[in-house]
Design a protein around this ligand. Structure first.
Ligand SMILES: Cc1ncc(COP(=O)(O)O)c(C=O)c1O
Length: 362
């Protein structure tokens, strides 16, 4: 009997999250920051990392980094659980909050659709029933569709990425608040991966202070440190304690812990400048793309834009042939058949993009 037959039934039909391998070129496909760290920052990191006790395990509880997060992001260090990217925290929450409610055959988890694919993939991997709730025409949460799902299906968790990936818009604060207030027995996970690019992010984070049934997700991946894989979850200590039970003991390595502490303190002004540069370029790029006849650009509060065109497939291929990589969203949702997701790059990268796109429509 092949050993693959021993793979659990719910795992066999899944597909691995498998981003394409990277070739040299302009990478506008993964919502990273386009800015490398400046030389001085690299040197500072290098000298701190050189002090690492490489022969020892890292601090299993990442106490110092959790303190730094409490100081810089608010709250108490007990409220922070860390992971190898926020991906790991999503998986941990689904693992832990997986008990079916009374009378239900399985636990469920709801999220808008389209959204970040790991909520659904994680749900399937942990045997929760995923519930897609379609976004409305403006890509906002549809209150009546949500009222029905929340009341009738009683999901254990709801994931709301605001700003949302891949649509780039942020969700209406009052609508989110009304869901949270009306359903105190559902955990609302507000994923702030793109929060640094959204001036409404502090009000979203404030929902944590007001409501017990809110958790926040954050990451360094979108603001210049995707390589180190550091994400965090801010959640009530009683639930944090449950997440710690299933977290791998040394899941955040010592090099990441040390680099993340620098990123959140000494290097923060540099990272903030880079975020600001992206926000400035987002405005310029939105305008410039809107001026290309044949393209529809959607307003974004994230570090990427969604562009629609009947020629999306051709545009994607032409850009790729020039070494400019974007994400064609066709497979996600019928409403995105003609959509490309384009990460905001540096000024030069964005100019290269604009030049190629303009040439297609000439
Ligand atoms: C909304 C959202 N949340 C979380 C993540 C995962 O980020 P990471 O695991 O790199 O922290 C992503 C990555 O694209 C995302 O788009």
């Amino acid at each position: 009997m092949p050993l693959t037959q021993l793979v659990a039934d719910h795992i066999q039909p899944l597909h691995a999250y498998d981003p394409p391998p990277r070739r040299p070129g302009i990478w506008l496909d993964a919502n990273e920051s386009p800015w490398p760290l400046p030389e001085q920052a690299r040197q500072r990191i290098t000298s701190v990392l050189a002090e690492t006790a490489f022969q020892r395990y890292p601090d299993p509880g990442a106490a110092q980094l959790r303190e730094t997060l409490a100081t810089t992001q608010g709250g108490h260090s007990r409220e922070y659980v860390l992971g190898s990217g926020s991906d790991e925290l999503i998986a941990l929450m689904l693992h832990v909050l997986s008990k079916p409610r009374e009378g239900a055959a399985s636990a469920s988890v709801a999220f808008p659709w389209p959204t970040f694919v790991m909520y659904e993939l994680g749900a399937q991997a942990h045997r929760l029933t995923p519930l897609r709730v379609p976004l409305d025409k403006q890509w906002q949460l549809d209150p009546s569709a949500w009222a029905q799902v929340l009341t009738q299906k009683q999901p254990n968790l709801v994931f709301l990425a605001t700003p949302n990936n891949p649509t780039g818009n942020r969700f209406d604060l009052q609508v989110m608040r009304s869901f949270i207030e009306a359903h105190p027995h559902i955990l609302f996970v507000l994923d702030q991966a793109y929060g640094p690019y959204d001036d409404q992010a502090p009000q979203v984070a404030a929902l944590f202070e007001r409501f017990e049934n809110v958790a926040l997700l954050g990451t360094l991946s979108k603001i210049g440190l995707a390589a180190i894989r550091l994400g965090w979850c801010r959640i009530r200590p009683a639930l944090a304690a449950e997440l710690h039970k299933v977290r791998q003991p040394y899941n955040v390595n010592a090099l990441t812990q040390a680099t993340a502490r620098l990123a959140l303190t000494e290097l923060k002004p540099t990272l903030d400048q880079h975020v600001q540069a992206v926000v400035t370029e987002r405005t310029r790029l939105t305008e410039a793309l809107s001026n290309i006849p044949g393209l529809t650009v959607h307003p974004s509060h994230a570090n990427f834009l969604v562009v629609q065109s009947p020629k999306a497939k051709e545009l994607h291929a032409t850009l790729q042939s020039k070494g400019i990589y974007t994400k064609h969203l066709a497979s996600m949702d019928p409403r995105l058949t003609n959509a490309l997701r384009i990460t905001v790059g540096t000024l030069d990268e964005n100019n290269a993009l604009l030049e190629t796109l303009s040439s297609v429509f000439q």
